[in-house]
Design a protein around this ligand. Structure first.
Ligand SMILES: NC(=O)c1ccc[n+]([C@@H]2O[C@H](COP(=O)([O-])OP(=O)(O)OC[C@H]3O[C@@H](n4cnc5c(N)ncnc54)[C@H](OP(=O)(O)O)[C@@H]3O)[C@@H](O)[C@H]2O)c1
Length: 259
């Protein structure tokens, strides 16, 4: 009898690090990965949030390690991986999700804002991918690194020069790492979400301007956070074993529109 193909999506025995797991997309993805069997590490600056999420995941029968981590603190990254290895072992799946946006028109974007955006959205995923890959290679284990880009890495919008550039840089990093790490059985892919209501944008989407924008978007609605779980499991698990170096838009066709 043929094996159940849904089994390929399971992550039992795997360790998944989710950055930015204290809210929004990261918290939802962490729950999804845990439900698929992974031991999840919940990294963010707000420890009380990740502790509460860990308690909820464990109440559902999963395994979770909350961890205070500022991803822009490069020196904190190797000790964070040491702590994960002490608790769960080598990280198999990385979800580089922590991110921020500080939208402003180009001529009103200060250097401090640009630097914070690039450090959080690009340099931090770079350093985390490097630390994870070094350890996967040393342990001779395959892995999957998933970078949260954005529809704004594929198209542009006024007010998002810094954010778009940071996410586009992340895409080119994704493709390069996929080529460099394929011989180590480490896959590197990106998700490009359209708009999902989260702390980052809730005030805007609640405004009249935001509601009008939603009506103009091709799907006519924002995404539901759970709609990112399936694509993430595909990229994280054996179900996606030959998918490498891609950017997967999850946006109800938003990226396909010219306007
Ligand atoms: N929502 C959307 O429509 C959308 C669309 C495309 C892409 N994205 C991307 O999806 C990712 C998640 O966004 P979201 O919508 O879920 O936003 P969110 O609810 O604002 O969550 C952002 C997360 O990133 C964490 N974070 C930010 N800076 C951090 C730092 N220096 N160190 C550690 N963690 C940090 C935050 O945790 P702490 O504050 O606790 O540290 C929080 O958990 C981001 O990369 C974002 O660019 C979102």
């Amino acid at each position: 009898m043929q094996d159940d193909p849904l089994r390929l999506f399971r992550l039992d025995g795997r360790v998944a690090l989710v950055t930015g797991a204290s809210s929004g997309i990261g918290a939802t993805l962490a729950r999804g990965l845990a439900a698929a069997g992974a031991s999840v590490v919940l990294a963010a600056r707000r420890l009380e949030r990740t502790e509460a999420l860990a308690t909820a995941i464990e109440a559902d029968g999963g395994q979770a390690l909350p961890m205070r981590l500022d991803v822009t603190d490069g020196a904190a990254i190797p000790p964070a991986f040491d702590a994960i290895e002490r608790r769960f072992g080598t990280v198999d799946v990385v979800i580089n999700n922590a991110g921020m946006a500080d939208p402003a028109l180009f001529l009103r974007t200060g250097m401090a804002s640009l630097e914070r955006t690039m450090t959080t959205n690009f340099t931090a995923p770079w350093q985390i991918a490097a630390e994870a890959a070094r350890r996967m290679i040393a342990a001779n284990r395959p892995g999957s690194i998933i970078n949260l880009a954005s529809v704004l890495a594929l198209g542009a919008a006024p007010g998002y020069a810094a954010y778009s550039a940071s996410k586009a840089a992340l895409l080119q990093m994704t493709r390069t790492l996929a080529l460099e790490f394929v011989r180590h059985r480490i896959r590197v892919n990106a998700l490009a979400p359209g708009w999902f209501v989260s702390e980052m944008n809730a005030a805007y989407f609640a405004s009249d301007k935001g509601k009008a924008y939603i009506q103009r978007m091709p799907p006519g609605r924002t995404g539901e956070l759970h709609e990112l779980v399936g694509p993430t499991l595909l990229l994280a698990s054996e179900a996606g074993s030959y998918i490498n170096g891609i950017v997967l838009p999850v946006d109800g066709a938003h990226h396909a529109a010219l306007v």
